[in-house]
Design a protein around this ligand. Sequence first.
Ligand code: FAD
Length: 318
Amino acid sequence: MKVTEHIKNANGKTQFSFEILPPLKGQHIQSIFGNIDPLMEFKPPFIDVTYHREEYVFKEVENGLLKKQVVKKRPGTVGICAAIQNKYGVDAIPHILCGGFSKEDTENFLIDLDFLGIDNVMALRGDAVKSETYFKPEKDGHAYANELVAQIEDLNKGIYLDEELLNSSKTDFCIGVGAYPEKHMEAPSLDSDIHFLKKKIKNGATYIVTQMFFDNQKYFDFVKKCRSEGITVPIIPGLKPIATKKQLNIIPHRFHVDLPEDLIIAIVKCKDNKQVREVGIEWCIEQSKALQKAGIPVLHYYSMGKSDNIRAIASALF
Ligand code: FAD
């Protein structure tokens, strides 16, 4: 079922969903199931699976020379989605990127998903590869997520890249896109970012999931601004409980979000990461309760491969 249908069918009840990462190459799929199992009692209508593009690594060869190699450290997004749908009977949402994909790769990826009975996708641009400063699209790939959304929507109309294909079948993907209550790091202003977000909706996206935020007011202000710009689709908040002291610096650096002063002070006072984890869970429960009270249709948690703290939060709410 589509995410938009799940929201409609819930009749205003707030639902619980979460995002997982494929395991590092070499690990068994059981490591994924081990994180999903404890969360199933909260009846997620859908589970997102992130996509991780290639990275460059340098391996030492003879004479101390370095050889550049392209590796995907977390492959398996599509297989994990199929396994989730098969094992749990829950909709799995693969993330699909512009980065690393030509339009032809994208089309073939979408055909695989369609054949597997996966009818939701989260369409994203992706970041620059780790060793590069700026995002570079593939030759014959998409530069922005709104172009990727347009290609998916074309396939929903039966329009394939090869215009000579006759009687081609239509896919029926529900398309989600990302958004940033505190602005995407590259956007010159929030207004400009929302302008391009609107383009993703115009091209066919029917729901939005936000970047993590730790101050609900930022989310509420963002939703208000989107609504005033004519964006009417559901805007699902993305939430993450802080779990380590290091994340005080890593999260702002990596995700370009601010942490509220009260949260920073509470974390700094912690003696160890066990205490930080408790503070993070409590903060996230309070955030979630306020969002639930405001009638938000889905609360979406970034599990980052760990389910124990997400379980503690879900137990307090769902
Ligand atoms: P876009 O919507 O393309 O926007 C990127 C930037 O370009 C923005 O600043 C925007 O304002 C600007 N822009 C857009 N269109 C235009 C245009 N036509 N002209 C000029 N400027 C334009 N990354 C992964 O690698 N794997 C994942 O699984 C993943 N999951 C994510 C899930 C969520 C919910 C979110 C919010 C992010 C996720 N990301 C993931 C990170 C994401 O790929 C990065 O944040 C990326 O830098 C931007 O992706 P986007 O789809 O928002 O890009």
